[in-house]
Ligand binder design. Structure first.
Ligand code: CMC
Length: 428
């Protein structure tokens, strides 16, 4: 591979360095393009060919279906690690030893309380509010109660901001759901593991003790690991670009939560379940919905299918499909929705339209089925995704700040009107 790429414009040749990543990915470094060419830029809507940064956190190969956090495969991490270990790995780069993990957890627990005034903000939301909007607002509001978390110019300040949000975020997640269901807003239990604590905060009834179900704890732990990072996707890029203005960690995360909400991104897990429900209500005719998905005049898309990067299979979907079978089996749940999902998957994998476009089930095709079996309401599915993605967002934000990346500010190709003289209102 040559270490230079040549670009010819109007007979003039310009050379740009070629960079090779640790997995032999190739990138043309065009940092000098505009200056050298007197104003020429590249254009790439949706950033399908644009690397926005150099990153050492997550590697994925969409053709081979590989996903690794800091070099460790997602399959091994999902099987052998727990969510907090994975969070530490993503953020700090190495798997923690026992001492490091204990300290990390204990520091998180020491911040597992939010200012009680946050309840007043939550109270002002209508019960009908979507939990993602509420979560984004509350996460942003946390800055007002923790102003020191904005200034992260020392390692200690950065660490404190990180353990603070890891402690407080599960409280916001639980309160968002409890408010919607009219349940009292409690705090967690510091004697529990991170994921056990989340479940207890979400589901504890005011009148009885909460009993942990290890099947649910394991299933949620695994789902959170699978969602923990996915390199420069829409929400992560949003977190990095928001933070690149040196806005604080919490507001950058709030921006990421808003980006995740959309049905083409994290909101797909809710959309998948709603789609499967609609197919069931409509008599379970999967062929009809396959036809709709392929019809260019119909806006319907098969939710949970397709991925910007995975063009072979989504390794997370493989793990989740097995987990869905296990969890439903262990809990003794028979869900007709699972049969519809499997039928739809089989048809799509054999259909020329889907084969030609390399459309495979993604992580969200089966996650909603597990969440439903766990008793998590549909509108909370994307919130659970956010809880899982939190360490990834934090790791990416930290990396962006530590590498001293410049403020994110893309260019554009202007296609509007050229200069025209102002027209007074009576002449328009
Ligand atoms: N159903 C039917 N057709 C589809 C679908 C689908 N789910 N996804 C893509 N296509 C078609 C699309 O119409 C286009 O066809 P043509 O070439 O004939 O115009 C072709 O496939 C390429 O699609 P695209 O929209 O250009 O691809 P993209 O890389 O921009 O979009 C995507 C990726 C995930 C937004 C898209 O596949 C999609 O909308 N999927 C459904 C939503 C979904 O499940 N999102 C969750 C993604 S995984 C969770 C996460 O990481 O956020």
């Amino acid at each position: 591979m040559s270490d230079k790429a040549t670009l010819e414009i109007n007979g003039d040749k310009f050379e740009f360095p070629v960079k090779i990543g640790s997995e032999n990915e190739v990138a043309i470094d065009i940092k000098a393009l505009r200056g050298a060419t007197n104003g020429v830029i590249t254009i790439d809507p949706g950033y399908k060919n644009t690397g926005s940064c150099e990153s050492a956190i997550t590697f994925l190969d969409g053709e081979k279906g590989i996903l690794r956090y800091r070099g460790y495969s997602i399959e091994e991490l999902a099987e052998k690690a727990d969510f907090l270990e994975v969070a530490y790995l993503l953020i700090f780069g190495e798997l923690p030893n026992k001492e490091e993990l204990d300290k990390f957890h204990s520091d998180i627990k020491s911040h597992a309380v939010v200012d009680d005034d946050i309840k007043k903000i939550l109270d002002a939301f209508p019960k009908s509010a979507h939990p993602m909007g509420v979560l984004s607002s509350l996460t942003s509001a946390l800055t007002a109660f923790n102003p020191s978390s904005v200034d992260v110019n020392s390692d200690e300040a950065m660490y404190n901001a990180i353990v603070r949000i890891l402690g407080k975020f599960p409280v916001l997640v639980a309160w968002t759901m409890r408010k919607k269901h009219g349940l009292p807003l409690d705090y967690g239990d510091n004697s529990l593991g991170y994921v056990e604590n989340v479940l207890k905060m979400m589901f504890k009834s005011p009148t009885q003790e909460y009993e942990q179900n290890p099947i649910l704890v394991n299933a949620l732990d695994k789902l959170l690991i699978l969602h923990a990072d996915h390199e420069q996707n829409c929400s992560t890029s949003t977190v990095r670009i928001t933070g690149s203005s040196h806005a604080g960690l919490f507001v950058s995360l709030a921006a990421g939560i808003s980006a995740l909400w959309g049905p083409l991104h994290g909101g797909a897990n809710q959309a998948v379940l709603e789609m499967l429900e609609a197919i069931k209500e409509d008599g379970g005719d999967t062929k009809k919905y396959m036809a709709k998905a392929k019809d260019k005049n119909d806006p319907f898309r098969l939710m949970g299918f397709g991925h910007r990067v995975y063009k072979n299979f989504d390794p997370r979907a493989k793990i989740i499909k097995v987990a869905a079978d296990e969890v439903l089996g262990d809990l003794g749940v028979e869900d007709p929705i699972l049969d519809i999902a499997k039928g739809l998957e089989k048809e799509a994998l054999e259909d020329q339209y889907f084969v030609d476009r390399k459309l495979y089930p993604n992580v969200d095709f089966y996650s909603g089925i597990i969440y439903r079996a766990m008793g998590i309401p549909v509108e909370m599915f994307t919130v659970m995704f956010a809880l899982g993605r939190l360490p990834g967002w934090i790791a990416q934000w930290r990396e962006m700040r530590m590498r001293k990346e410049p403020i994110g500010r893309p260019r554009q190709l202007y296609i509007g009107e050229t200069y025209r003289a102002f027209k007074p209102i009576e002449k328009r």
